[in-house]
Ligand binder design. Structure first.
Ligand SMILES: Nc1ncnc2c1ncn2[C@@H]1O[C@H](COP(=O)(O)OP(=O)(O)OP(=O)(O)O)[C@@H](O)[C@H]1O
Length: 807
């Protein structure tokens, strides 16, 4: 099979980010004011909407004023043509030379995305201007090359892809093509010879696009629209067999909105939820990609929505990409404007790698082959649909009633699945926010230390000034993230409410319907499927945490061992880093023949778990506290053996706690609340509710409830471990744990400990991810999520306390 040849060079480039501010509309002029200032064609300043703030507030940084700088910024009076000339035209000329380009408008509802992309007759939008340029360039081309231009236009509505160039398009599927990346199977590609023809198609497609009138925008787009133009250039000169293929994707996103603002309900509300979901997925991708550039690898959740899968190339692959962030200058839109600018600011970090798509004539033929294949698939699909429709017409009334019942159930289960997916997205977002703030707070602490250490003579110097500016930035970020976190939590609450309604509907259907058993099994099956999705996400998150901690431990051990330090030196060094080593109780393992080897690596062979070390400052993503717990007296590195004694490992991550326990009882996972061990015989992971109480999975899915148990301790059998420790050691161990050198556990709380594996809470409030991970009904928020596990893969390490991030 012919393939597109690897190009000679790949050029790395960053996203071009432009901000376009629309004028105030009449309503905004009458009852609000303009709070956006565009300066020097690059800077955007958003004033505090609260006019009551005075000079003192301003000099003390108590206003919500924000300043950003972008590649381009356009004031309200500027036209689409100006935007096009300054940031799009060069990208478009590349398309005729075999390069890919993506242009997308991002902003809240009513901020001017469609105006920017489609425009009006007097002020044509970027789609129209780009198409005219492409045909102009082809017309003016002096070479004898042959050009062919094709166009497709799709929309993603409620996570379903429709062809806007088809009169009554069915839903289309996404496929991964090894050469072309993500493609939409069965999407019509129409050959066009002039810009006018494409504009005709564009208008036709736009008339089919789903729009609604909302409180904020009379013609609000309810779907994301992607216009794709492909230019194939068959070369006639020395590279006779070569075909260059440039692709231009022009994207008009649906607007993000809040249900309360748009005053919508029913279908509109559902659309809004789906739009927000895919935009949230896009925002998460922008976040992750931004982080990737700053800190190396980060998981980019493209697969969370169809939109992000379609935009994948534009965000990180082979594409020159321009993001036009559209904002409203109205004071009532302050929150949306700042939110859009924040994501636009992050998008500046995103890098793409552009290269010419050069293929052979054969490749060109293979493209046609692919088109034929996809048309054949479409024909098969249509035939199948026709056959189904025919058979539906001939079904008996009783069968039809049963079918109706089932299709109702399908709709319901679809809603449940969307509800779960939305919650996962929100919780992920919350998790990211919390993580960012954790890092922010650590940096804040370091900055405070650095500022305090500045000599008096330097207090007014440039270094001090830079530190203070950075400190203010971090404070702003923390405050913004906290605000965003509160909003996410509200959305999670709404999501939870919706979930309860859905649950009620299922229960009602079960009690009303004749075929109860079947429906019950079916609904149980679906609910378990949903629960499974949540569990998988939780597992993935935990794997990530464990991976990060291992990394940190490994690095640290390698460093410490490489230095060949003795215990005292290590303790001194740790103290300098602000780390207190509570209890040095490691003895050497027979398997560790020399002290140069990282104890963390000693987990192989017969060792049921590994030794490790974690220190907050060294940790790349999470804050951890580990506690090694042994009945053996403290031993130093110089001793001969690493003793495999019973051990506890405590980890704090986003207010989630794990503790590893090894004793002679069967390995188990235990849960406890602030006072007692709780739960039945077969505990399962728990998911936090949006409010203060974690959600009981069995409550959410009552079909999963196992007979209640009066026992206040729950055990979940884990895979057998090699460790087998005497029960007798347990009490002593517990005692040691309670009486750590720093008195980590208060004497009153000692009474709470009724089994192995209790955990000390260092007083961090539980939120974000901790809501999501392991806990049980009735936990107090303060002591929040306690989970005890003896997972064999988690490392056990010496005892430390690390400084909690500043709150
Ligand atoms: N630069 C501009 N000049 C004049 N009017 C504008 C401008 N930008 C937007 N508008 C007007 O603002 C209103 C909302 O714009 P538009 O429909 O483009 O918003 P949107 O971001 O696409 O909204 P949604 O996401 O809800 O589809 C429209 O009436 C549009 O004509």
């Amino acid at each position: 099979m012919p393939t597109i040849r690897a190009p000679a060079k790949k050029k790395t480039t960053t996203l071009t980010v432009a901000v376009k501010c629309r004028p105030l509309n009449r309503k905004e002029r009458d009852c609000g004011r303009d709070i956006v200032r565009v300066k020097n064609n690059k800077e955007v300043e958003v004033l505090d909407p609260d006019l009551s703030k005075d000079y003192l507030d301003r000099i003390q940084n108590r206003t919500k004023e924000k300043k950003y700088c972008f590649d381009h910024a356009f004031a309200p009076h500027s036209t689409n043509l100006e935007t096009y000339r300054k940031c799009i035209s060069t990208v478009i000329s590349g398309v005729v030379q075999g390069l890919n380009a993506t242009v997308f408008a991002y902003g809240s509802t009513g901020s001017g995305k469609t105006y920017t992309m489609v425009g009006t007759q007097h002020d044509p939008g970027l789609m129209v201007l780009s198409l005219n340029t492409i045909f102009d360039l082809i017309k003016r081309d002096k070479s004898s090359d042959e050009f062919e231009v094709t166009c497709s236009y799709l929309e993603v509505y409620n996570e379903v892809i429709y062809d806007l160039l088809e009169k009554s398009s069915g839903s289309l599927e996404l496929r991964e093509d090894p050469e072309q990346g993500i493609i939409v199977a069965g999407l019509r590609c129409i050959k066009v010879h002039s810009a006018d023809k494409i504009l005709e198609l564009l208008n036709l497609g736009n008339s089919r696009r789903k729009t609604e009138s909302t409180e904020v925008n009379a013609t609000s787009s309810r779907s994301h629209a992607v216009l794709e133009i492909t230019v194939r250039r068959k070369q006639r000169n020395k590279y006779k067999n070569q075909v260059m293929r440039g692709k231009l994707a022009l994207v008009d996103l649906a607007g993000s909105e809040r249900a309360s603002e748009t005053n919508s309900g029913g279908q509109k509300l559902r659309d809004g939820a789906n739009i927000n979901r895919s935009l949230l997925a896009l925002a998460n991708c922008i976040n992750a990609l931004g982080k990737q550039q700053k800190k190396g690898l980060a998981y980019v959740p493209y697969r969370n929505s169809k939109l992000t899968r379609i935009l994948k190339d534009g965000l990180s692959g082979n594409s020159q990409t321009v993001m036009v962030a559209t904002i409203s200058p109205a004071d009532s839109q302050y929150h949306h404007t700042v939110n859009t600018l924040k994501y636009a600011d992050r998008a500046k970090e995103i890098k793409t790698h552009i290269q010419k798509n050069i293929g052979t004539i054969d490749t060109h033929v293979s493209d046609y082959q692919r088109m034929i294949d996809s048309l054949q698939i479409e024909v098969c699909q249509l035939k199948k649909e026709l056959a189904e429709k025919e058979s539906q017409l001939s079904v008996k009334p009783t069968e039809k009633a049963a079918d109706d019942e089932l299709s109702w159930l399908n709709v319901l289960s679809q809603e449940i699945s969307e509800n779960v997916q939305e919650r996962i997205n929100l919780q992920k977002a919350l998790f990211e926010l919390e993580e960012t703030n954790l890092q922010n707070r650590t940096e804040l602490q370091h900055l405070d230390d650095a500022i305090a250490k500045q000599p008096a003579s330097e207090k007014d110097g440039t270094v001090s000034e830079a530190l203070r500016v950075r400190r203010q930035d971090i404070l702003d970020n923390i405050r913004d993230n906290d605000e965003a976190g509160v909003n996410y939590q509200k959305e999670i609450e709404a999501n939870e409410k919706h979930r309860c309604q859905l649950q009620g509907m299922i229960e009602e259907a079960i009690s009303n319907n004749g075929n109860k058993t079947y429906l019950r099994i079916l609904s149980q099956y679906r609910l378990l499927g949903m629960a499974n999705t949540e569990l998988q996400f939780e597992m993935a998150m935990r794997d990530q945490i464990i991976h990060n901690q291992r990394e940190a431990q490994r690095n640290l051990w390698n460093l410490i061992m490489g230095l060949g330090l003795d215990e005292k030196q290590i303790l001194d060094l740790a103290a300098k880093q602000g780390i207190t080593i509570e209890d040095w109780t490691m003895t050497r393992h027979p398997g560790l023949s020399n002290r140069g080897q990282s104890p963390n690596l000693a987990s192989g062979g017969h060792a049921p778990f590994s030794y490790g070390l974690s220190i907050n400052q060294w940790h790349s993503r999470s804050s951890c506290i580990y506690q090694n717990y042994q009945h053996v007296a403290s031993k130093s590195f110089s001793q001969d053996r690493w003793d495999l004694s019973p051990m506890f490992c405590r980890e704090e991550h986003h207010s989630s706690y794990y503790l590893l326990a090894h004793d002679n009882s069967p390995p188990c996972v235990r849960f406890r609340n602030s006072d007692n061990w709780v739960g039945g015989g077969h505990p399962i992971p728990w998911f936090g509710t949006p409010d203060k109480h974690p959600r009981d999975l069995r409550k959410s899915y009552p079909e999963m409830i196992t007979p209640a148990s009066s026992r206040n301790e729950s055990h979940l059998l884990a895979p057998a471990l090699g460790a087998d420790f005497g029960q007798g050691k347990k009490d002593l161990n517990r005692q040691n744990l309670y009486k750590g050198p720093h008195g980590a556990i208060s004497s009153s709380s000692q009474d709470m400990f009724k089994g192995v594996g209790e955990i000390v809470n260092h007083g961090r409030t539980a939120n974000g991810f901790s809501r999501f991970i392991g806990s049980e009904q009735g936990f107090s928020t303060r002591n929040s999520r306690h989970m005890v596990s003896n997972h064999p893969s988690l490392p056990c390490i010496p005892s430390y306390t690390s400084q909690s991030p500043k709150t």
